[in-house]
Design a protein around this ligand. Structure first.
Ligand code: AMP
Length: 282
């Protein structure tokens, strides 16, 4: 596995691969890798000849300076996990390398970002689109892998790929969970032990809402039941609990067979902000 630190080195590398007729996959991450990331890498390695994994804690997508400062950074441990999973190139740039000049261009994803993470983390998706767009240009992958744990992010990146005609296939991968249901996340490392024991309630709340919707409850009733369940554990502060059309992300009044719906939440627990979602397919 090669480790590259500069944009120029990555561009040169991927250009050679393209010339040699190889298929390239990109897996963008912020590091502190877990099994969820590794499953993306393994899936990419199955489908492509070259797997580029980027690790970059992107300052422009953090609206909370403490979250950026405390975000776990473990580059050596990450590098050791990547080669066995099938990573060919680890791209590990500095902030100066990714942002030689402050970027001024702004993305506006319209209704897609006027909900959930977009509302609660102002500027977040502008930072995501900026860095993902740069990574797409530097690595020119045939495929790019993203996790459904960040459902809204997948929708936003899909929109950017379409609007800017990026010549790549976006592959979205189901959420990988701990045995007790907690969605794997780099931020889980920061959960105090006591908080970690109650954290699976978030997934249980999503399942509760999904079950109610399947039985014909209105979105408002399902949302209320799930929110009350979360509130019964005082360690949680619920930021949002939304039931939305899985494609447009706009609120729905209930679940109707034929309409994929996503149930999304964000909550604070033990000083950590967690997100999760569940999708109801037709
Ligand atoms: P992050 O390092 O958190 O920015 O995540 C990098 C990529 O891995 C993103 O596309 C995430 O959606 C994806 N990812 C993170 N956690 C999981 C998980 N538990 N299951 C599947 N994909 C994940």
């Amino acid at each position: 596995m090669e480790i590259l630190h500069t944009a120029a080195a990555l561009q040169a590398y991927t250009e050679n691969c393209r010339r040699a007729g190889l298929r390239l996959a990109l897996v963008p991450t912020m590091g502190a890798l877990h099994e969820g990331h590794l499953q993306l890498v393994r899936a990419a390695a199955q489908a492509c000849d070259v797997v580029i994994v980027s690790i970059f804690v992107n300052p422009t997508q953090f609206n909370n300076p403490d979250d950026f400062r405390l975000y776990p950074r473990l580059p050596e441990a990450d590098a050791n996990m990547l080669a066995p999973a099938g990573c060919t190139v680890l791209f590990l740039p500095s902030v100066e390398e990714m942002y030689p000049k402050p970027s001024v261009m702004k993305f506006d994803f319209g209704a897609l970002e006027r909900v959930m993470e977009g509302t609660h983390r102002p500027g977040h998706f502008n930072g995501v689109a900026t860095v993902v767009g740069k990574l797409f240009h530097l690595s020119r992958p045939h495929q790019a892998y993203f996790g459904q744990k960040d459902w809204q992010q997948v929708a936003i990146v899909q929109q950017m790929v379409a609007d800017l005609a990026f010549d790549l296939e976006l592959v979205s991968f189901p959420t990988v969970r701990e045995a007790d249901g907690l969605a794997m996340s780099s931020r889980n490392r920061r959960l105090p032990a006591e908080a970690r024991t109650v954290a699976p309630r978030l997934y249980a709340a999503l399942q509760l809402a999904a079950e109610q919707l399947r039985q014909g409850a209105s979105a408002a009733a399902a949302q209320q039941a799930a929110s009350a369940y979360i509130a019964s554990e005082p360690a949680f502060t619920l930021e949002y609990f939304e039931i939305a059309d899985a494609q447009t992300l706009q609120p729905v009044s209930g679940w109707h067979p034929g309409q994929p719906v996503v149930v999304c939440l964000a909550a604070h627990l033990g000083g950590v902000r967690l997100i999760d979602n569940i999708v109801l397919q037709p």
